[in-house]
Design a protein around this ligand. Structure first.
Ligand SMILES: Cc1cc2nc3c(=O)[nH]c(=O)nc-3n(C[C@H](O)[C@H](O)[C@H](O)COP(=O)(O)OP(=O)(O)OC[C@H]3O[C@@H](n4cnc5c(N)ncnc54)[C@H](O)[C@@H]3O)c2cc1C
Length: 340
């Protein structure tokens, strides 16, 4: 695929990955990557920083603890307690610093469920908590050549940013293109119920599987809300014309590379895998819950450090940006809160 795309004058490059491919393949030749690797094959929060932190005797991990809400101090300027349920029992801790990292949906939910004098939840003077929910506009695209079998196991290795800043003709940005984990006939079955399994196996075995990803823009009416025990996701998609444009140009490119069949299907709200933006950072407490170091403007000892801080979604996988900001925030906390 790299040579074929280069032949069109495009610039495919290796995808930055936190994967130890030998460790990954040791447990089985698994091509699909969308699940945690229980070995050490995929660097995630557990295999990376958490394992290292737990080696410190000052660090303890509570497992099976579901945080329900935060409690503010009587002057509401700090967070006094974190209330969580563990094995059916409601418990609380009263830490000096609270770092909320429950992800863009659940961090917003925890803040919205936290009692506050104005009833809007905590850290929410700006009324932006839960708003600006973004998820990428993305599609799977299968480039199929019935004459060529795709024998790759770990396929997710290549990306293309030729259409990231413009459509290639001076028009608006489209997005990023990258290989997916290898799709097989059973994965196709989940979406195409009526086709016979042998046809799906053949199709998957002769396909190169791509992921097209475009920016979703912030919109205050695109929201995560709570309704009693329920979480309500009101996702208002934006910028779909970028996905349409990227789909069109990549379809043409793959046909020019010799794949006579190119199929695509957009991901919908059932796969909000890149959700972000619900507790955004910014300079102004009137419009953002967090400052640029992810500190709550309303409660000095509260930091929210996960995909919710992102003020926009860009058009790339978010994990490395979240990790980079987490390291930056950690350094800031060390300098401002942990000095002797
Ligand atoms: C299938 C899939 C594939 C992906 N592939 C990539 C990729 O290749 N590259 C990439 O950059 N990104 C990828 N992503 C996106 C990436 O995983 C997320 O952007 C990233 O993990 C978000 O980090 P986070 O810290 O915001 O939240 P999370 O990583 O989701 O962490 C939130 C944590 O909080 C816990 N939690 C939630 N609610 C509570 C609660 N009430 N009490 C206690 N704990 C709670 C959760 O269990 C979880 O451990 C993928 C996502 C999915 C779903």
């Amino acid at each position: 695929a790299r040579a074929e795309l280069k032949g069109l004058g495009l610039h495919p490059a290796s995808l930055p990955l936190g994967v130890d491919i030998d460790a990954w393949l040791k447990d089985g030749k698994t091509g699909w990557d969308a699940f945690p690797n229980t070995g050490a094959g995929k660097v995630d929060a557990q295999t990376g920083p958490l394992a290292a932190a737990l080696a410190d005797r000052n660090v303890e991990l509570e497992t099976g603890a579901h945080v329900e809400y935060l409690e503010a101090s009587s002057d509401v300027r700090t967070i006094a307690a974190v209330h969580y349920r563990q094995n059916g029992t409601l418990k609380k801790v009263t830490p000096k610093l609270v770092i909320l990292s429950a992800g863009a949906v659940n961090s917003a939910v925890i803040l919205l469920r936290s009692p506050s004098p104005d009833g809007k939840g905590l850290a929410n003077r700006s009324d932006q908590v839960g708003r600006n929910f973004m998820n990428h506009n993305s599609s799977a695209m299968l480039a199929i050549d019935p004459r060529r079998r795709n024998t790759s196991v770990y396929q997710k290795t290549l990306m293309l940013n030729d259409y990231y800043l413009s459509d290639g003709k001076g028009g608006k940005p489209l997005g990023n293109v990258q290989l997916l984990g290898k799709i097989d006939g059973h994965i196709l079955r989940a979406n195409v119920r009526l086709a016979p399994q042998f046809a799906l196996d053949f199709m998957a075995g002769h396909a190169v599987d791509w992921y097209l990803m475009c920016e979703d823009l912030p919109d205050p009416e695109s929201r995560i809300m709570v309704d009693g025990k329920d979480i309500v996701m009101q996702w208002r998609r934006s910028n779909m014309q970028s996905l349409d444009g990227l789909t069109k140009v990549m379809r043409e490119n793959f046909r020019a590379c010799g794949y006579p069949i190119v199929l695509s299907r957009p991901f919908d709200k059932r796969t909000p895998s890149h959700q972000c933006g619900t507790v955004k950072m910014g300079d102004d407490p009137a419009t953002s819950p967090l400052d640029p170091f992810c500190r709550s403007f309303d409660h000095r000892n509260l930091f929210v450090v996960d995909a919710s801080f992102l003020p926009n979604s860009a058009a790339v996988n978010p994990a490395l940006s979240i990790a980079a900001q987490a390291l930056r925030v950690a350094d800031h906390i060390r300098k401002t809160e942990l000095v002797a």
